[in-house]
Design a protein around this ligand. Sequence first.
Ligand SMILES: Nc1ncnc2c1ncn2[C@@H]1O[C@H](COP(=O)(O)OP(=O)(O)O)[C@@H](O)[C@H]1O
Ligand SMILES: [Mg+2]
Length: 273
Amino acid sequence: MQTLLFVTDLYYEAKGRNYYEEDLFLTSELREDFQLVICHPEDTETFEKDFDLIVFRNAGPVANFKDKYQAFRNRAATGLKTYNSFIGKADMNGKEYLIELTNAQFPVIPTIDTLDSLNKLPNVALYIVKPKDGADSIGLEFVTKDELGDKIDSESKNLLVQPFINFEYEVSFYFIDKEFQYALYAPDKAKRWELKEYTPTEKDLAFAQQFIEWNNLDWGIQRVDACRNEQGELLLVELEDLNPYLSLLELTDETRQNFVKAMKKSIQKALQA
Ligand SMILES: Nc1ncnc2c1ncn2[C@@H]1O[C@H](COP(=O)(O)OP(=O)(O)O)[C@@H](O)[C@H]1O
Ligand SMILES: [Mg+2]
């Protein structure tokens, strides 16, 4: 059997989510087909050369171990086989891609990093500012137009500015490779991680799929996070191509088992590549 180094921070305290529950489930399934060892994201270097594939899962915000993450990415680029593949353009490299997608007129929450570009955003009363290397809502702030000048340092460009979107709800689309798996939404806006099954329309799927195509990963799991605005349109909030939490234990047994099957197949593909 081929070997997997399964990378997760079991006891990371994520809001509304228990990483360890998800990963204990997932590893218990994967070990049926692979020889598997669990490793903390900051400890991989000692072990990674001894495994056929490194499966990067619920690592928590990599900004918490920035240097080690960057070193890991450098090693991954020069010979380690990883899952996801690290050729993505989205969250695995920080949130900068939101500016690229805004400029290319994709349906994303309009995003800028310098006040010179303020004309690219709608004129609203309230903005949201967030760090480019943020995750798990770290550093997210509400700011009025008047306050923006003080907040945004046009030199360092380490923050993003977006209009505050008074959305109806948030919805996430989960993909393995380029195949849609399931969708979940948060009907109560105040409870981002209380998720219910969502049945996407053709149009919703086309919306999500365009970001998967744009990112063009060789293999891996991605989550397209979107919000439905007051006009009824979907806008991308985030394309999580590094370590999307999957809410596997919230799914029906059938959907969960289908996901596991698809993930095993995708890992086999990665191993053979
Ligand atoms: N522009 C925005 N307008 C309204 N709510 C937002 C906006 N950006 C983020 N949020 C809220 O904050 C949450 C976290 O933001 P997100 O961009 O996904 O960063 P993170 O990487 O921290 O998850 C979102 O799920 C959403 O509820
Ligand atoms: Mg998010």
